[in-house]
Write a new protein. Structure first.
Length: 145
């Protein structure tokens, strides 16, 4: 997976790009690439340390019902273990899982950014990903990613 894709996922999670644009992009990928994206997305969510009480808000944001497989899996935890299983879901559930994980990343990472990095930090994904100059800097410096 290339930095461009990681930036894109973080832009969708942060609301810089729309969730629908992210879903369309993900849906256009072939199955192997979808699995790769889901694995990296699961890693990002895991790194954001999601809290169980953030899952219902993520589901509402993603338009996912509590009866949908990805929600059920994450709600029955442990989340860390369930995240590793998302990439192997059938296509319809993989699309739902993508929506849910992007929303959960946005919520969890926003919380972490406000509590762990209130005065700034060195994480490239916590920088202003709507600023083209910052994006160019991130893309050109592999040491930041």
């Amino acid at each position: 997976m290339i930095i461009h894709d990681l930036i894109w996922l973080n832009q969708v999670a942060q609301g810089i790009e729309s969730l629908e644009a992210g879903v369309e992009w993900f849906g256009d990928l072939e199955a192997g690439r979808q699995r790769e994206v889901m694995q990296r997305l699961a890693e990002a969510v895991n790194q954001a340390l999601p809290l169980a009480h953030e899952l219902p808000d993520a589901a509402r944001t993603a338009g996912i019902e509590p009866t949908h497989t990805p929600y059920v899996m994450l709600s029955r935890g442990p989340i860390r273990l369930q995240l590793t299983r998302m990439a192997d879901l059938p296509l319809i559930d993989r699309m739902r899982a993508f929506r849910l994980l992007v929303a959960l990343l946005g919520i969890s990472d926003a919380r972490r950014r406000s509590t762990r990095c209130p005065d700034g930090c060195t994480h490239w994904w916590h920088r202003d990903l709507s600023d083209e100059a910052i994006l160019a800097e991130i893309r050109s410096d592999p040491s930041v990613w």
